[in-house]
Design a protein around this ligand. Structure first.
Ligand code: UGA
Length: 436
């Protein structure tokens, strides 16, 4: 199969690299000449474990290439994937589809045969219809089919998620297009038995948003239960385990913490609410989730201040972990931004350490001092706060930390450390959703 991937962001680059690893011939296209130039030198625009190696080996095998020339990529392609960004539109929260439609137009202008055009970008219900209209307008005789194929990969585990998905959703009623998609994903269904779920195009578009919104609800639900645990003297980790063992609930995405962030849940829940409002079908649970999560991020800053005795003036707080989750350098909507803002507003000085996110974080965090190690950040500080659960924070020398800090206080917003371990090291521990 010959595949063109338009857009080399997270989804485009990972999908392109994985498809080439399946044995397909993949051309990744991006307008950003510098990005393409760097990719030619095997420099990845994002931090994702295993990606540089996967790209290098498939480039070497001659199956994966990069270009700024869309016409070259699209020429003779069996399938053209649109994987460009759909950011929140400034002001109204709607998904900004201008990149998707511009890509559709340009693809249509360069089609050389009856390709299948696949939207992999997260797009609101009805976007496929508009893409189809654009193709029909620009290339009325091309015979191209428009398919929805949303992506469910997580940053930090993207390759694994792509290669071992729970399911692949394909939205089209056209049997020829379904066959092309079957051929593209054949290596997956052969090796892993991953089910291909065929649906209508609008249904497929909605599945993506409903999945992300449901996960955001699940996280927010356990976060509120964590607050209740603190009030009544229960342990949220045990509650999660206890309810998660019920297969109908499932144990995943029940880790209480400082609230969800990232490039997907915040943006996609807002876009879904817009679709719901436009169609006069309110989604109240999702509305509440967005609001509760927004409030929670700042509330975590206040939790730290409370742990320090209610006054942050003149105090120094060491923050470990800035990215919205581990194994990424992505700072978009990271809880650390709100936690740090709350601390700074209350008069604290913030020192921070992150394994991969500092370059992205620096311009977003004025006034923050960046340290070269967790211990350097903790030097003489009045509290150590774990905001993101990078693996390297799981085995800190807590005894050394207790001596390095001015006040031996650990606020663990990811519940990495059991109380007994902190106590042995001489640290006062404040967790999320634990009896105190
Ligand atoms: C999410 C979805 O999990 C993917 O399936 C989807 O493809 C992707 O969005 C997307 O739409 O592109 P991602 O944003 O990379 O993936 O990260 P997640 O692992 O889902 O984490 C999102 C946020 O939820 C993080 O801030 C994380 O710390 C938080 N989280 C997650 C919790 O607070 N508790 C949990 O139990 C799980």
């Amino acid at each position: 199969m010959r595949i063109a991937m338009i857009g080399t962001g997270y989804v485009g680059l990972v999908s392109g690299a994985c498809f080439s690893d399946f044995g397909h011939e993949v051309v990744c296209v991006d307008k950003d000449a510098r990005k393409i130039e760097l990719l030619h030198q095997n420099v990845m625009p994002i931090y994702e474990p295993g990606l540089a190696e996967l790209v290098a080996s498939n480039v070497k095998a001659g199956r994966l290439s990069f270009t700024t020339d869309l016409a070259e990529g699209v020429r003779d392609a069996d399938a053209v994937f649109i994987a460009v960004g759909t950011p929140s539109r400034r002001g109204d929260g709607h998904a900004d589809l201008s990149y998707v439609y511009a890509a559709a137009r340009e693809i249509a202008e360069n089609l050389t045969g009856p390709s299948v055009i696949v939207t992999k970008s997260t797009v609101p219900v009805g976007t496929g219809d508009e893409v189809e209209r654009i193709i029909a307008e620009v290339a009325p005789t091309s015979g191209a089919k428009v398919v929805s194929n949303p992506e469910f990969l997580r940053e930090g585990a993207a390759i694994e998620d792509f290669k071992r998905p729970d399911r692949v959703v394909v939205g089209t009623d056209d049997e020829d297009a379904r066959q092309v998609m079957r051929d593209i994903y054949r290596p997956l269904s052969l090796n892993q038995g991953a089910p291909l779920l065929f649906t209508g195009r609008r249904t497929s578009e909605l599945i993506k948003y409903a999945a992300n919104a449901f996960l955001a609800v699940k996280i927010t639900f356990i976060n509120e239960i964590a607050d209740l645990c603190e009030s009544v003297g229960a342990d949220v980790q045990e509650v999660s385990r206890g309810i998660g063992m019920d297969n109908r609930i499932g144990g995943k995405f029940l880790h209480a913490g400082p609230g969800y962030g990232g490039s997907c849940f915040p943006k996609d829940t807002l876009a879904l609410l817009k679709t719901a409002a436009d169609n006069e079908t309110p989604l109240r649970i999702v509305e509440a989730t967005v609001q509760v999560n927004d409030n929670r991020k700042r509330a975590m800053g206040r939790k730290v201040i409370k742990a320090m005795g209610g006054d942050a003036h003149g105090k120094t707080v060491a923050v470990l972990g800035l990215t919205f989750k581990p194994n990424t350098d992505d700072m978009r909507d990271a809880p650390s931004l709100s936690v740090i803002a709350a601390l700074q507003d209350a008069g604290a000085t913030v020192r921070a350490y992150d394994p991969e996110g500092v370059e992205q974080a620096r311009p977003m965090l004025p006034g923050v001092e960046f340290s070269a190690s967790p211990y350097a950040a903790a030097e003489g500080a009045d509290a150590l706060v774990i905001v993101t659960e990078w693996d390297e924070f799981r085995a800190l020398d807590l005894g050394r930390m207790a001596k390095t800090l001015r006040t031996p206080l650990l606020v663990d917003l990811r519940n990495i450390y059991p109380a007994a371990e902190a106590e042995r090291a001489g640290l006062e521990l404040v967790s999320v959703g634990k009896p105190r």
